[in-house]
Design a binder for this molecule. Structure first.
Ligand code: OOG
Ligand code: MG
Length: 255
């Protein structure tokens, strides 16, 4: 039996340190269900410090992300208010272990979204869509982990930033995107890389959230998952995502 609270504390200390720790799976055996229980306890510690829940993130929804990390199952994590970065604002590098950025698309929900739904039902619950970047920061040494490890670590979530919100009437199935670091394109892709259509990620999110007993709520943000591989961040960088029809979103890495 995994010691859920002890593992959550190790990961919480690693995040707040910030200081990388060894993969939990190196010395322990624990199930995927245990991993989600650890994640819940871990995020509960953030909430206990005053943050509030603002949504959910999906992970490994594109081939590029799966290949980069060597894991091929969808995962999810809990988004909290202390992970929100301001568009165009600073990203305090020293608060992270070894952060990376990845281009995503974000959904803002206008209705609760519960359980097994169709893509059409999912779209009807979307208030707006925005170009978004996620800052992932594995708390494990060398950014390496097994599936249960990354799930326990809240699926590496540590920050996210959303650009201007747009009507979901815009066809977002296949929007071109560029992830620029200091003005140079580092990743080029399309929203179609996310499960063929990012709406499928929202459908999956609703299912996972219900299974976890925490169904998606009106007002929440759902991050669809990285459309390309992630890029390592370094102090001084100007990081910008440019997405067809949806515009730009940016932040500055403070050293
Ligand atoms: C795990 C999180 C994956 C995504 O968008 O695919 C993820 C990681 O790569 O560290 O956020
Ligand atoms: Mg992500």
């Amino acid at each position: 039996m995994a010691d859920i609270q002890a593992f959550a504390k190790i990961l919480d200390d690693a995040a707040t340190g910030p200081k990388a720790v060894a993969q939990l799976s190196h010395a322990n055996q624990y199930s995927i269900a245990d991993a989600y229980a650890i994640q819940k306890d871990l995020v509960g510690r953030r909430l206990g410090r005053g943050a509030h829940r603002v949504g959910m993130k999906m992970g490994f929804t594109s081939r590029a992300k799966m290949v980069q990390m060597g894991l091929f199952d969808m995962i999810w994590g809990r988004l909290a208010s202390d992970m929100v970065l301001e568009d165009g604002g600073p990203m305090p590098f020293a608060k992270y272990v070894h952060p990376r950025v990845e281009p995503e698309i974000a959904f803002l929900l206008k209705r609760d979204l519960v359980g097994r739904i169709t893509p059409v039902e999912a779209l009807a619950a979307v208030e707006a869509i925005a170009p978004a970047m996620e800052i992932i920061d594995s708390r494990y040494d060398n950014f390496k982990f097994a599936l249960n490890d990354v799930i326990a670590d809240n699926s590496s979530s540590s920050g996210f930033v959303t650009g201007a919100w747009h009507s979901p009437a815009i066809d977002f199935a296949n929007l071109g995107l560029l992830l620029n670091l200091n003005g140079a394109p580092k990743q080029i892709g399309s929203t179609a890389a996310i499960l063929g259509h990012p709406l499928r990620s929202l459908v999956a999110a609703a299912r996972f959230a219900e299974q976890a007993g925490e169904p998606l709520k009106a007002g929440w943000i759902v991050m669809a998952g990285g459309a390309t591989a992630a890029e390592a961040l370094a102090p001084g960088q100007y990081v910008e995502l440019e997405m067809q029809h949806l515009g730009r979103v940016a932040f500055i890495v403070q050293g």
